[in-house]
Design a protein around this ligand. Sequence first.
Ligand code: URA
Length: 300
Amino acid sequence: MTGDSGDMAAVLAWLAEAGADEAVGDVPVDRYALARAPERARAQPPDGAQGRRSAEGAGRTPTAGRESGGAARTDALWRPQGGGELVSADAAQSSARNLAESATTLAELRGALARFDGCSLKDTAKHLVFADGAPDARVVVMGEAPGAEEDRQGKPFVGRSGQLLDRMLAWIGLTRAESVYITNVLFWRPPGNRTPSNAEKAACLPFVERHLALKQPDYILFAGGQAAQTLLGRREGVLKLRGRWFTYQNADLARPVPALVTLHPAYLLRQPAQKRLAWRDLLAFQDAMAQGRNPAEDGG
Ligand code: URA
């Protein structure tokens, strides 16, 4: 790269296009050096970052990164925004569980999440994205993670894929004003929409489970494979899961909930020909609701 400003602008445009549109640290990390000398680099953060970390507030350890095999920060330690003790994934999950269990209403759960510092996504997100829609709706739509527009507005599914989701729900007579409650398995946007790490998902999970327990829906629609994999413990991809009914249960739920997996609207924006599959799923959803059935249990 030269110092020419035209080149720099082109590099920035290319990065933004690839989804790398957020600065996630104040100190540059040489990923090539980390890949060459992983052990040394883990033991000794580059460029004196160790000493600066507490002053940076968000300073994560440089063990973070996809170069270690896909998901970032799977078992990392990190320091919550504003400093304080380093947090491990286990400690974060047990604090999440305690906070989530102490909430007895949706408003209290939202407040508990706002106080929770155990998910490193919070450090880079602009807003907590909790839920939208009718709090007493029979149907919960469970999505994956907030994107840029959701992060800006603090509401789930308000960007382009949210607009498509609203049209899909309208096909079967559901609206967020009256009959649907919408949330995600992650409450903060992963920077640049990257894949969330297992630690990030695990830190949010107790809140997601409590969210469903407080909401007590009659039906759940999983929008996308990641939401279904996280809550149903499935490993198949979305094209294997979609169109299939499952029974969702957790210890706090009064009764098991019939749940259908469908394609994520963001996927449908990229693959519009697949809308016919989503259409089929939604009709099955409407039909089961109208008859009060759980197709996962009555052969479907
Ligand atoms: N995609 C999701 O899964 N959830 C949102 O809130 C927005 C986009």
